[in-house]
Design a binder for this molecule. Structure first.
Ligand code: DP6
Length: 365
């Protein structure tokens, strides 16, 4: 498929008001997207677990307008007007306009809320942008009189939603479906591509079903470096070429691990990915340290406990100080006890979020 496939045929109904709503989850990358080309094309492939509880709920009400010169929209978070969200949405609308030609013909009221605290340091761009992309897809669907509910059209709907979400925020393209999503063309994953996320196409061992993610909120402050700035730092980065190759290799290496259920190999791979992401930031110019002392305390505690207990507890990190503790469902009783007794003390105000692997976004009727 190419970008061209996402340009729609002329709509059949236009003068119609309405309302659509979606809830869409966040996701946590196992092999990280870090570095992008023009038009939100990733420098390397990535794979993520879709989450279940951390999600954004977005309602979009649309009314036809006479003048179609500008985009017209208002944004609310938890019922309060949020004008500081507008520039990001304006940029998003500009990027997707040729694929959604109705955007200038309506006024949109975008109302959104997150199930996780906005200030938690958990990125809401993946869940937020995917929820918005899905709402716009539902509006597009309503603007066509002839609608089909065939598997083929559902598949196209999801692909285009992921394609649009990517143009809002790269990682958002991995939040439409679950439970494991690959984004970025790589030889070892059939049908993988740079334009949208695809479901991991191979059999996955039971060990990875219902995988748990407990998110330890170490630092809830504003991000020290925005992901856009971070991605840009990979241009001309001395280790970029090797890092991009490593991501391809890690995806290829993950295939036999996911098939066999090899938890030790899985942990080694994801922890190395997390630390490599931070190593890239530490070795860019300018350089950043996004981990906090408590991030390192937690990592060391996890390693000690894993050695002593033989349990399969591992971690990954986002572009921030929070720690995602990952472990299989069947070991969750003992691991959760350890988290509560020993790790929560390192969280800001003792806050953490229990989540697990999920299956993607849902439309709200
Ligand atoms: C570290 O998707 O937030 O979470 O495309 O600029 O919006 P933009 O970046 P974003 O980057 C996410 C980076 C990451 C790794 C990942 O999710 O793969």
């Amino acid at each position: 498929m190419t970008e061209h496939d996402f340009i729609p045929k002329p709509y059949t109904v236009l003068k119609q008001a309405g309302k659509v709503a979606w809830e869409s989850p966040s996701n946590i990358a196992l092999v990280k997207y870090w570095g992008k080309k023009k038009h939100q094309i990733p420098e390397n492939p990535s794979i993520s677990f879709t989450l279940n509880s951390c999600k954004t709920i977005t309602t979009v009400s649309y009314t036809p307008k006479e003048d179609n010169t500008d985009f017209s929209f208002e944004v609310y978070l938890d019922g309060s007007r949020k004008d500081d969200f507008k520039p990001k949405i304006q940029t998003f609308f500009e990027r997707v306009e040729s694929y959604l030609p109705f955007l200038r013909l309506f006024h949109f009221k975008i109302e959104t809320q997150n199930t996780f605290p906005h200030s938690s340091g958990i990125a809401s761009s993946a869940s937020g942008m995917s929820a918005l992309a899905l709402c716009l897809m539902s509006i597009e669907k309503k603007l066509n009189v002839i609608q089909s509910d065939s598997e083929e059209s559902k598949d196209f709907f999801n692909k285009k939603a992921s394609f649009l979400a990517r143009l809002g925020s790269g990682s958002a393209c991995r939040s439409i479906e679950g439970d494991l999503i690959v984004w970025g063309k790589t030889e070892s994953i059939k049908d993988s591509n740079d334009l949208f996320g695809v479901k991991y196409p191979y059999e996955v061992h039971n060990n990875f079903k219902q995988y748990q993610d407990t998110i330890l909120l170490v630092d809830k402050g504003e991000k020290q470096v925005s992901s856009t700035v971070g991605h840009n730092l990979m241009h001309g980065h001395p280790y970029a070429k090797n890092r991009f190759q490593q991501a391809h290799d890690n995806l290829a290496n993950l295939n036999p691990i996911l098939a066999s259920g090899d938890l030790n190999a899985f942990i080694a791979l994801i922890e190395s990915e997390a630390l490599t992401l931070h190593a890239m930031m530490m070795t860019s110019m300018p350089y950043f340290i996004l981990m906090k002392p408590n991030t390192l305390e937690i990592i060391n505690r996890i390693w000690e406990f894993r050695k002593a207990s033989g349990l399969h507890i591992g971690f990954t990190l986002d572009a921030g100080a929070n720690v995602h503790v990952l472990y299989p469902k069947q070991e969750s009783v003992k691991i959760l006890e350890f988290i509560k007794n020993e790790l929560v003390a390192y969280c800001k105000n003792g806050e953490y979020i229990c989540d697990q692997i999920g299956f993607g976004a849902n439309q709200i009727e």
